[in-house]
Design a protein around this ligand. Sequence first.
Ligand code: MN
Length: 300
Amino acid sequence: MRLVRFDGGRIGVATQGGVVDISRLVGAPDAEWPEVSSLRFIARFDGLRPAIEQAVAQGEVLPLDAIRLDPPVGFASKVIAYPVNYHAHGKEMGATYRAKNQGFFLKPPSSISGPADPIVLPDVPGREVHHEAELGIIIGKTCRSVSRENWREAVFGYTCLMDMVVRGREERVFRKAYDTFCPIGPWIVTADEIAAPDALSMKLWVNGELRQAANTRDLVLDIPGMIETASAVMTLYPGDVIATGTPEGVGPVVDGDSVRIAIDQIGEMTLDVRQGSEGGTEVFEAPYEPPIVKQELTDR
Ligand code: MN
């Protein structure tokens, strides 16, 4: 099932012709705090599924161009991100470590944006803002200490994710924390529809030029390992997001660019990039040019 949020926190199922609104079934949007209804929905999804399937079979289909898609989760408790999780990306960055022996970092949930939102570049002259195409995992249950063998119990579904970053040597979280630096979407595909998330082809284009092309089979720390590692440290909650790492081909985006990400069996989204006037900080005063060593794309 392809689950969307739209028009300010309504919840729907994407079908062939558009979206069926199932907000009534799940009490969305929450009157006091619209963002949390998506988390409640994910937590209760298994029990709601028969009623949702019935609603989809009978419901009115809203055409996609008549609605505005929101990020498919709101107010996740955390975005867990694995750095340097493809060897070829490690090579292009000149990194000697890999995610397997490094652990994860966190992006602020406020960096999440949706398929209809532009990526807004901060006002940091002398710095490049790079795209990182990644498979996003959405957690489905409250869980801790999940073993490799039981990883599927934790996963609700999958989405396309871009981990945007200001290149530099400063604190990684700081460089990856700006608003709109974690676009996800266009929907969550529930885990039952993706038998082999460890064999998905993933591509990213800027203005139609192919920049990244890889397959999740080349992940260094695999998906079971990512679930095991994250849940060894922290309780995972419904709606938590895992950014699984980017393959080779990262590069800059500038004002006016159009960035398209596509992942097999999940979907695709195209985002506009625009220059914002906020975000200037003395932290980025010194210019920096990332010494990227170009690699051959592994999955052209
Ligand atoms: Mn990343």
